[in-house]
Ligand binder design. Sequence first.
Ligand SMILES: [Zn+2]
Length: 487
Amino acid sequence: MAKEKVTFNVDKEKNFSDWYSEIVKKAELGDMRYNIKGFIVFQPWSVLSMEKMYGCLEEVLQEKGHKPYWYPVVIPEKNFLEEKDHVKGFAPEVFWVTETGAGEKLEERMALRPTSETAFYQMFAIWIRSYNDLPFKTYQRAQVFRYETKATRPFLRSREFHWIESHNAFASKQDALKQAEEDMQTTKEVLFEKFCIPFIFFERPQWDKFPGAEFTFASDSMMPDGKVIQLPSTHIISQKFTKAFNVKFTDENGKENFCWTTCYGPAVSRIFAAMISIHGDNKGLIFPFSVAPVQTAIVPIYTEKNKEKVLGEAEKIRKELKKKGISSEVDLTGKTMGEKFYFWEMKGVPFRIELGEKELKEKKATVFTRHSGKKTKEKISDLAGFILKEGKNQMKFLQEKANKNFDKVIAEADSFEKAKKVLKEGKIVKADFCGISMESYPCAEKVEKELNANIRGSRFPEKEKAKGNCIACGKKAEKVVYIAKSY
Ligand SMILES: [Zn+2]
């Protein structure tokens, strides 16, 4: 077969930024040419995968007792102004709806939701009556809108993003904190086990929490360019909001109390960005088997003479795989064989089945495995069995590889000098620090100024004991923190 021109070949290690921009275009993940700045069109190849990602997340959330809701996309200004820290945090990014098509001003401005606490809580106040209603666990899948002023990048930062927001109410602070631990577990079950993304779960410093929250916990993963990316976060909203929205319950003794609330926000579009960045290589994408838009590409090899027979067999295989829950697509394009191979490799399909006269005769198809580059002959009668087994192996391989790479990028430092060196190598600094309450804020400022990086927090729920002194002020350290450059 004639060698085809290479359609994708960007060195990811050397130039991750170019790799990312190129693959978004080449694999047709998202199109930035939509004519409103900061908004993109999500194309089938990303939508199909993100649908599966939503599926994984929703399945686990429902399993843990969260019920799905669909809230309006607009929030009245009155709700929005109820909690002052929240307003301060979000106000500059809000899109306001102010008038009708007839040019009439609306009586009250409405916000396109930037996040939906203030929508959920006003209904919580109506629905929650007694301790019997608690815990009250909800979620919705939704798009949210924030007027980002920083440069936008597809899936990573845009003015509209796709996420799940889970809002929950509890009888006590203890229950709320337990929910944060459950969210960490959910993150592990989905992000690591299904999307093969390693992460560290942190308690964020007090100066870096969600506007209106008492504590923020968040998972950070590592992008190939040495910057960390925040993936799902959980916030203990405490009673500030429930007091503002009057979300009360009557306890066993008939006494009225304010609820404690939490929210958990896995941003699917952002997680998608991290996933493709972590797993891809110089030939293009590599999708974890569980969330690949298409899990198997079937490439029929035929001449005019045997076309009908080969295509018939290919379609039979596709249907057989579908029965076993494997998504596949028969490549019927007029491209050359080489072009087809490159195309599916670039698209990151985990398996490619080649099927021609020879294969039909032998009753064995040639199967190419994307992540290992191996080609094997497999019985046509049991292609599904092979793919399901190897699909599991692929996930394990991606998990281990990503884990290994992640471990390699954490390095301890006990001075700014050393920390600078670690950060320059594109790594995360692990260091002793005086604390993560507001009292340590001056030390955090010093880190930001001198290292041009920030304190991501200390590990949660497990704790690491500090042995030395704060890297910034030299006082006895209370916490072990991680310092990194971030997205
Ligand atoms: Zn300090």
